[in-house]
Design a binder for this molecule. Structure first.
Ligand SMILES: C[S@@+](CC[C@H](N)C(=O)[O-])C[C@H]1O[C@@H](n2cnc3c(N)ncnc32)[C@H](O)[C@@H]1O
Length: 315
């Protein structure tokens, strides 16, 4: 059997470094023979460490909306020479995590003992030419699933007011009206570089009437609009709310759920959903406050700086 250390160092060697790995394992506490679900498999940075703890009598359901992530994970585990987890107990599906109850039913699976959601996109996806990055020149897709309608079509179809509302609500961008107007005026916009340019020209990036640079130069003016469009195109907040509403249908009594979020809109949904379950007497918080990255992790992995881990146990 490979030692725990070597599994974890394998996980750490992958291009996507799992965020808050030790902290997540601590709250999820996977035990031999249990059934765990990872709703956001990606490179399997967390999944591999969970699989090791479940042992050969465990059961694991791994989902990712991005098919290339499922394939990449399969290729990775095939390369681990003494991979111990039985392949027959490893179920991998390209699916939206909001459909977990439907998948459990369809596959005749019982409720699980653990659920992990590590939200958003990964560094591998940032490099994959999918339009998530404003610092690259790529087709403006922004979708996890290749079947979803791409961002460039959405910005063409939405009315200016609808676009401004999305940029304001999901990007918390105070120049949303100006940006939406500029986007509609410059259509078609089919690449990330063109969108970033249009946004830059729309905001008071240099000298504004207020006498300030955009965010005093601390933030690329495209940051908030890109976040907003990605959230909208993938319905990220709806997916999260839908799955959290169904936690009692997904987990056994004693089951644990851990959610790692990366911005305040997501974290608010997690916090309020957990609070509602605790208030209804159906669950207890594992940590009163969200767990954040240590100083060491923050300096080694910039992505971890905004991560917040919340965890809950069903009673
Ligand atoms: C931050 S990564 C997860 C990283 C993983 N925990 C690891 O350490 O390797 C998030 C993953 O969730 C996937 N994803 C995003 N929204 C999803 C959804 N609604 N359903 C399923 N997968 C989703 C993305 O495609 C991405 O691969």
């Amino acid at each position: 059997m490979k030692s725990r250390r070597s599994w974890e160092s394998w996980a750490f060697n992958m291009s996507h470094v799992p965020v808050l790995l030790e902290e997540t394992l601590k709250v999820l506490d996977p035990r031999p023979g249990e059934f765990f679900i990872d709703g956001t498999l990606d490179g399997g940075g967390h999944a591999i460490a969970v699989l090791e703890r479940l042992g050969s009598n465990g059961l694991f359901l791994g989902l990712d909306w991005d098919e290339t992530m499922i394939k990449g994970f399969q290729e990775r585990i095939a390369k681990i020479s003494n991979f111990q987890f039985p392949i027959s107990k490893l179920i991998l599906i390209k699916e939206n995590y909001k459909n977990i109850p439907m998948i459990l039913k369809k596959r005749k699976l019982n409720k699980a003992d653990g659920l992990l959601l590590d939200l958003g996109f990964s560094s591998a996806q940032l490099e994959a030419g999918r339009g998530f990055s404003f610092s690259k020149d790529e087709p403006l897709l922004m979708t996890y699933s290749a079947d979803s309608k791409p961002a460039y079509e959405w910005i063409g179809d939405l009315k200016e007011k609808e676009l401004a509302k999305i940029i304001n609500n999901f990007g918390e961008e105070r120049f949303a009206d100006r940006i939406a107007r500029a986007i509609k005026k410059n259509l078609p916009i089919k690449t990330t570089a063109r969108l970033a340019q249009v946004i830059k020209e729309a905001v008071p990036f240099r000298r504004s009437p207020l006498g300030k640079n955009y965010e005093r130069g601390r933030l690329n003016p495209a940051t908030r609009t890109f976040q907003a469009l990605r959230i909208f195109v993938n319905q990220e907040l709806d997916n999260l709310q839908t799955v959290l509403n169904q936690i009692p249908n997904i987990l056994n009594p004693g089951g644990r759920v851990a959610v790692i979020s990366f911005h305040s809109l997501e974290d608010r949904i997690v916090k309020n959903s957990f609070r509602a379950l605790v208030g209804a007497g159906r669950a207890e918080l594992i940590n009163k406050k969200p767990v954040v990255a240590s100083r060491e992790e923050s300096s080694n992995n910039p992505r971890s700086r905004s991560a917040k881990l919340r965890a809950l146990r069903i009673i």
